[in-house]
Design a protein around this ligand. Structure first.
Ligand code: OGA
Ligand code: MN
Length: 294
């Protein structure tokens, strides 16, 4: 197994490409450690030509750590295409038909087009996400990743001091609201009530600090809401400059894995009449970001 930077000239320490590994087979303890070490270094790892099914994706994912359940999904249990151990990142219904343009599930899913960190709206958020491309459109539909360690490092000292102990409140109600999606049920509003997360967190293995930003963040504790949102918007603008971004152009059977503690990501547009079938497994962070102070 070998891991190299995808774009050594522009981002030697962000986004690696892994070769010499077959994800359809169980990994050795040594391979598991090499994957973690690669994640510590690069934040995003790309695996090409991995024709895996749901079961193989689950075995690989679980070899890296405990999974979270897909409780952030809006589809009713009887409408799901897969178990609660997988997130359905597709534009399909359970009969594998492309969702209508105005389908509520599709409109909710468009929230993925905003820069975010997975499950930052949960008390215990996500650690790694693993996204497997099963069927992709002819063109477009990239996924972009931004390096929140580099973004933190590039802040001036005054801003670093100001954000060091900030606590933000995160909710899917905030992020969807940005796109004008507001038709949440009372149950959903209770289930997705805001949670608290640190704005600056420390990676337990690499020791690096990162900005824990996400479109789900809609407030800063102790701040008036408009001031908080204006400030978070400025931080997001800083953190997603192109120099911090790797844009992944999907090939069939790609699997991309990212560390939600140190990255944000977003989906890009594609022809919504074409099938895009991606499945995500997600490792839980096991503790809140509040436990990962610098
Ligand atoms: C996700 C996600 C982006 C995409 O799977 O968590 O945000 O391009 N996906 O589908
Ligand atoms: Mn996501």
């Amino acid at each position: 197994m070998e891991i190299k930077p995808i774009d050594p000239a522009n981002r030697a320490f962000f986004a690696g490409v892994v070769s010499g590994i077959d994800l359809t087979r169980p990994l050795s303890a040594q391979e598991v450690e090499a994957v973690h070490a690669g994640m510590d270094r690069f934040g995003v790892l790309v695996f090409h030509d991995q024709k895996i099914d749901d079961e193989q994706q689950l075995v690989f994912s679980k070899s890296l750590g405990p999974l979270e359940q897909a409780t952030g999904d809006i589809a009713a249990p009887q409408d799901r295409r897969m178990s609660m151990e997988l997130n359905d990142i597709s534009n399909l219904d359970k009969n594998n038909q492309v969702l209508a343009r105005d389908d509520r599930r599709r409109l909710f899913g468009l929230g993925n087009m905003l820069w975010h960190s997975d499950s930052s709206f949960k008390d215990v958020p996500a650690k790694y996400s693993l996204l497997s491309a099963r069927q992709i459109p002819d063109a477009d539909g990239n996924t972009e990743f931004a390096d929140m360690r580099a973004a933190y490092d590039a802040l001036d000292d005054k801003t670093k001091a100001e954000v060091g102990d900030m606590i933000c409140s995160h909710s899917q109600i905030f992020s969807r609201g940005i796109l004008g999606f507001t038709d949440f049920t009372d149950d959903e509003r209770v289930k997705w009530a805001p949670v608290r997360q640190r704005l600056v967190r420390k990676h337990p293995r690499s020791g690096r600090l990162s900005l824990y930003l996400s479109s789900h963040a809609g407030g800063i504790e102790g701040w008036p809401v408009p001031e908080a949102r204006a400030f978070l918007r400025d931080l997001n603008e800083h953190a997603t400059q192109r120099k911090f971004v790797y844009a992944h152009q999907w090939k069939p059977a790609d699997l991309v894995m990212w560390d939600n503690r140190v990255t944000m990501h977003r989906a890009r547009r594609y022809d919504h009449t074409q099938v895009r079938d991606m499945r995500r497994t997600t490792l839980t962070n096991e503790v809140s970001s509040l436990e990962q102070a610098p």
